[in-house]
Design a protein around this ligand. Structure first.
Ligand SMILES: Cc1cc2nc3c(=O)[nH]c(=O)nc-3n(C[C@H](O)[C@H](O)[C@H](O)COP(=O)(O)O)c2cc1C
Length: 344
């Protein structure tokens, strides 16, 4: 019996953003558990990082790096905090976070609400050594020069990050996704590289699922040699058929209805990069079978967020256990052997 299924109806009575805030506050009251060792079959080296298991926490749950060690203790193999912007900002007016219960989905238009990079620094310094903690960086909404904001984020956060994620795919900062266009992306990646300090952490680029084939090819081409991995993907502005009354809320859709699109985009990027660049899959992953399918489509690692809302804190451990069994069933001695096997 999953305890979370008993408390879920009470949590769902609360406004989604309030429930999210309360979950962070509750975690902070508890000591972070030490991560349990995962099956050696799940351990891999990706972009130079030693990752104990390939199930990660996606950006957006712990924007301000309040509980990264707690999330590692819950069984995630790596945790991404952020998006953090150079200056603190309050984000869009509330309500801006919606549970689409019938669809097992979420729509958000948070707009990079966060306390700013500098405020997160002492918390990240304290969590150092607890595991792989990536820092996702973005631009302030009012920034005159968005690319300069990324350069600031890279320079400030690199010393505290296991890896950096350059997030240019949030739909909730007007114009941000335009940085995925070829000329802008070239300038951005040049600025990011020149802002990196000595001994830099790996740099990942997080893209949207709402891309045309030509965009995918351009991103793959420009990223090669400039970034260490691509995260595919952020939330979608598309709206597959949805049952919830919140279906038409403006913002990015995530969770179950994003799964098929994100799975397709993973295979697209695997083909576009010729399997030569590590890919990290995110979008609608809620069980071991979906994590496994994403890996077989080209993901070296996966991340999730929305399914935590519906499945609760035991999810990472359930998925890692199930994934280990699926890999064993199919005769893989290590997860790396399964990467991309369905697309080759
Ligand atoms: C409430 C919410 C806030 C998010 N905030 C961020 C963010 O700040 N930065 C980011 O890169 N992605 C953010 N995301 C996107 C997730 O990291 C992830 O890419 C997306 O939700 C797809 O995964 P999922 O279906 O498992 O949630 C957010 C998602 C949600 C639901």
């Amino acid at each position: 019996m999953n305890v979370y299924s008993l408390v879920r109806p009470f949590i769902f009575q609360l406004d989604a953003e309030r429930a999210h805030r309360l979950s962070l506050q509750a975690l902070r009251l508890l000591p972070a558990a030490a991560p349990k060792p995962a099956s050696p079959r799940l351990a891999s080296k990706v972009a130079g990082l030693t990752i104990p298991n390939p199930i990660g926490l996606a950006a957006g749950y712990d924007k301000d790096a309040e509980v990264p060690a707690h999330m590692l203790g819950m069984g995630f193999g790596f945790v991404e905090v952020g998006t953090l912007t150079p200056l603190p900002q309050s984000g869009n007016p509330q309500p801006r976070l919606f549970r689409l219960v019938e669809d097992e989905a979420v729509i958000n238009r948070m707009g990079f609400n966060n306390g700013g990079q500098v405020a997160a620094m002492p918390r990240l310094a304290k969590a150092r050594g607890r595991g792989i903690i990536g820092v996702n960086i973005g631009a302030n909404k009012d920034a005159v020069d968005r690319i300069a904001d990324y350069a600031t984020g890279v320079a400030q956060m690199a010393p505290l990050a296991s890896y950096l994620t350059v997030n240019i795919s949030s739909p909730n900062t007007p114009g941000l996704r335009a940085l995925q266009d070829e000329a802008a992306l070239r300038d951005l990646l040049t600025a990011v590289r020149s802002a990196l300090p000595q001994n830099p952490p790996p740099v990942f680029l997080k893209v949207a699922p709402d891309l045309e084939p030509a965009d995918i090819d351009a991103i793959a081409r420009l990223s090669m040699g400039q970034v260490d991995a691509l995260i595919v993907s952020n939330t979608t502005i598309s709206r597959p058929k949805l049952a919830s009354r919140y279906a038409d809320e403006v913002g990015g859709l995530s969770g179950a209805p994003l799964c098929a699109l994100a799975q397709t985009r993973m295979a697209d990027f695997w083909r576009a990069t010729g399997g030569k660049m590590p890919l990290i899959g995110a979008g609608g992953i809620a069980c071991a079978e979906q994590a496994y399918a994403r890996i077989r489509a080209g993901a070296s690692l996966v991340q999730l967020y929305s399914a935590l809302v519906y499945e609760g804190p035991g999810l990472a451990q359930r998925i890692t256990k199930g994934l280990d069994q699926l890999l064993e069933r199919d005769g893989f001695s290590n997860v790396t052997e399964a990467v991309g096997v369905d697309v080759r």
